[in-house]
Design a binder for this molecule. Structure first.
Ligand code: PMP
Length: 422
């Protein structure tokens, strides 16, 4: 490890000041297996951070690992831009067979640069090109990534830096429940459809069905359906950002499946490779696929290791009959735990929210949330914080977690809540 004395600061670490998670969880991690992550000395944590949603099936799932090792053993091509490879073609065939067609979804698949933000960039650009418009609509507490385009539709102010944004093409409207007012949805409709509201017809409306970084806010079906309807009425592209909520996180492959809506474009990344290997997709309604060849390019759009494990995850999990039921059972258990805590610790728990294996516990203050988070870490559980005030614990256990492991992790959290939230 390299350390150096940086002139003028007392920070002795070579890594940039931008680092964040390693400050909250200051161990040196060595390996991950299933629900657990281990440090160099073999100390074990329940990992309910799950790579911020990139490890929905846990660390190093044996089936995925075996497929990857076999591919490497055969000297399978590693990175190939958008050249055709067997790995890419097999992934596409499985994705169509197992995910798209059974859900009656007809999308073209764009392979983006390997981050979620790059898929968002592609979606915004393509929506502008397809509609010939330049305005965008996004929602309060949204999070879509850290590149400038994605950040311009991000309202999560903890990370937003006005000085390098020109947000003049973006209008923010309240996400479901943001204002607490009964006429919220009518307000959104009025702003989007009335002359003189100051919002001219946008190219796209971008939305998360469950806002992750924004505090685990779950949109209702009524709300999301109305947003779908409004987008259609005003000729805007509806972009669903499924980067964190997708790939089974909410108990369905796509979180919008709970609501019976069909987006025009879908951003998918994080857990799509199944193993935490970088991969990012944009799903595009065929009529909107107006790209010219190479118009949204990028070197790392063809990471075949990710395609191999992504295909394996679809085949081995989403194609297996008992999978959905097992995930549903775990989701119910998590929901019950949250319900009980909300009742027991009502003085300090402001709000709980959950959809599938995506849960939030908003505490009375940022300090309290930090205390509970740190205590969990000391006792063997890693959980993230989120929300505009950083006061919400975000639980992302692997969706494939064993019942006793879920119970074990929740017990650590329950004890910390009992100590600090009575
Ligand atoms: N959208 C959502 C909903 C996300 O949660 C994230 C990542 N937290 C992103 C976009 C950006 O993805 P990435 O960090 O891979 O660029």
């Amino acid at each position: 490890m390299t350390y150096f004395e940086h002139e003028g600061t007392d920070d002795k670490t070579l890594e940039s000041n931008v680092r964040t998670y390693c400050r909250t969880f200051p161990s040196v991690f060595a390996k991950g297996e299933g629900t657990f992550i281990y440090d160099e000395d073999g100390r074990r944590w329940y990992d309910f951070l799950s790579g911020a949603g990139a490890l929905n099936y846990g660390h190093n799932h044996p089936l995925l690992k075996a497929a990857l090792l076999q591919y490497i053993e055969q000297n399978g091509a590693v990175t190939t831009l958008d050249l055709n490879t067997r790995a890419k073609q097999s992934f596409l065939a499985s994705f169509d067979d197992i995910i798209l067609r059974p859900r009656d979804l007809k999308y073209k698949v764009q392979f983006c640069g390997p981050t979620g933000a790059n898929s968002v960039e592609a979606a915004l650009k393509l929506a502008c090109k397809a509609t010939g418009r330049s305005g965008l609509v996004a929602f309060s507490n949204s999070y879509h990534g850290m590149s400038i385009g994605a950040m311009s539709v991000t309202a999560s102010f903890r990370r937003r830096k006005e000085q390098y944004l020109n947000p003049s093409w973006v209008h923010f409207l309240p996400f479901d429940g943001f204002t607490g007012m009964r006429e919220e949805l009518q307000f959104v409709r009025k702003m989007l459809t009335s002359k003189g509201s100051g919002i001219s017809a946008p190219a796209a409306i971008i939305v998360e069905a469950v806002q992750g970084e924004g505090g685990v806010n779950v949109a209702s079906s009524e709300w999301l359906r109305e947003i779908r309807q409004l987008a259609t009425e005003i000729g805007a592209v509806l972009i669903l950002d499924e980067i964190q909520a997708g790939c089974g996180r909410t108990g369905r492959f796509f979180s919008f499946e709970h609501h019976g809506v069909k987006p025009d474009m879908v951003c998918l990344s994080k857990s799509i490779s199944g193993m935490g290997l970088p991969m990012s997709l944009l799903l595009i309604a065929p009529t909107l696929d107006v790209w010219n060849p190479g118009e949204h390019n990028g070197t790392f759009r063809g990471f075949n290791y990710a395609f191999v494990t992504a295909k394996e995850a679809l085949q081995k999990f989403w194609n297996s009959p008992g999978f959905a039921d097992t995930v549903d059972a775990r989701c119910r258990y998590l929901a019950l735990a949250l319900q009980a805590w909300k009742k027991d610790f009502q003085l300090r728990i402001v709000r709980t929210s959950v959809l599938g294996m995506f849960a939030g516990i908003e505490l009375a203050s940022e300090d309290l949330a930090a205390i509970v988070q740190n205590e969990c870490f000391r006792n063997g559980l890693i959980v993230e914080r989120c929300g505009p005030l950083n006061d919400t614990l975000k639980l992302l256990p692997p969706v494939l977690i064993e019942a006793e492991e879920l119970d074990g992790g929740l017990r650590i959290l329950g004890e910390a809540l009992a100590r600090h939230c009575r």
